[in-house]
Design a protein around this ligand. Structure first.
Ligand code: DGY
Length: 323
């Protein structure tokens, strides 16, 4: 095992890196940015293990390039939309991922983004910096936003993260919490949330918060038709992946008062070009995919990815297997 090779697709926390170095030969790409595809293709060749971050793909082409000795892939993410699990299963390549350890951090970020969007933090902070504050004091509705208390909160996908978000938002005393998904969940019953259809959730919610996993069924779920069904005062939040949303339809919805505001922690592409038209809108708050970005959570994700990789190289059951 000490001769096993591991490629790491971008810089990771030191603690995890040192554990890997103690056990294997590490080929680290010392860069914080997502790896360019051509460099990635060259780097995976001949490796026994891959430590990756989304959106670096694991598909037939990458698995072919890596070669038949590849034993394990550890993705430092809960999202698996970049990994062809079926193909990995077929080839006997184990895949580990990092659910659970990031749930609380992502839920906190989602609550923060919901408040920031509903209470117009970005616009408000800009008004302090550019001197607009004070020039509009006579208007009692200046910078007025929306509150969660007494409103209807709709969660799209009551998985681990959705439930953690719903639990936290319950403390703000919404009048109802709705959720939709494949089936009703015990967690929903426990917090008094109501299971409804996607359409019902869209038309009844003041806050529509997307926390669902990405699949062929959910890609593009938030399209023109979805935004048209939402209330004019609706605040839309997305913390999953950018592909959930038709961004042109979202732009239209935000500029024609079909919905009130959007908060996006994820976009297509990432990073969003600085001249992207969504960034020109005062009612669109965009953060740079920070859901799990706390030091303790990122360290925990890295540690779990290292555990997955070391177990895979030893031929053991992964502590957090995706397949
Ligand atoms: C995840 O863990 O999937 C986060 O979105 C980071 O990519």
């Amino acid at each position: 095992m000490s001769g096993s090779t591991v490629f790491i697709s971008k810089t990771i926390p030191l603690r995890g890196l040192e554990r890997l170095k103690e056990n294997c030969q590490v080929k680290l790409r010392e860069d914080e940015t997502p790896i360019p595809l051509e460099e990635y293709k060259r780097s995976v060749v001949g490796m026994d293990a891959l430590f990756i971050h989304p959106p670096a793909p694991i598909n037939k082409e990458i698995l072919d390039l890596a070669g038949p000795q590849l034993k394990v892939v550890g993705t430092m993410s809960v999202g698996l939309d970049h990994v062809d699990l079926e193909e990995c299963r077929r080839r006997g390549v184990k895949v580990g991922y990092t659910p659970e350890v990031l749930t609380k951090a992502v839920a906190e970020m989602t609550v923060g983004l919901t408040l920031a969007t509903a209470r117009r933090y970005e616009e408000a902070m800009r008004s302090v910096h550019n001197g607009v504050w004070g020039t509009r004091w006579e208007n009692a509705l200046w910078m007025a936003g929306q509150q969660i208390s007494d409103s209807v909160v709709g969660i799209v996908g009551l998985g681990r993260i959705g439930l953690a978000v719903a639990r936290r938002l319950k403390a703000f005393e919404p009048s109802r919490i709705l959720y939709c998904g494949n089936s009703p969940k015990q967690g929903g019953v426990d917090i008094g949330a109501e299971f409804v259809s996607f359409e019902e959730l869209l038309s009844a919610s003041d806050f529509v918060i997307a926390t669902c996993a990405i699949s062929e069924k959910t890609k593009g779920l938030f399209n023109e038709s979805a935004f048209k069904q939402m209330k004019n005062n609706a605040v839309f939040i997305n913390v999953t992946r950018g592909v959930l949303v038709d961004q042109e339809a979202l732009f239209q919805a935000l500029t024609t008062n079909q919905i009130a505001a959007a908060g996006l922690d994820v976009t297509t592409p990432e990073p969003l070009p600085t001249n992207h038209k969504l960034l020109s809108l005062p009612n669109c708050t965009v953060t740079p995919h920070l859901g799990s970005a706390t030091s303790s959570t990122r360290n925990a994700m890295c540690d779990l990815t290292v555990d997955n990789i070391l177990a895979g190289l030893r031929g053991q059951q992964l502590p957090s297997p995706a397949c």
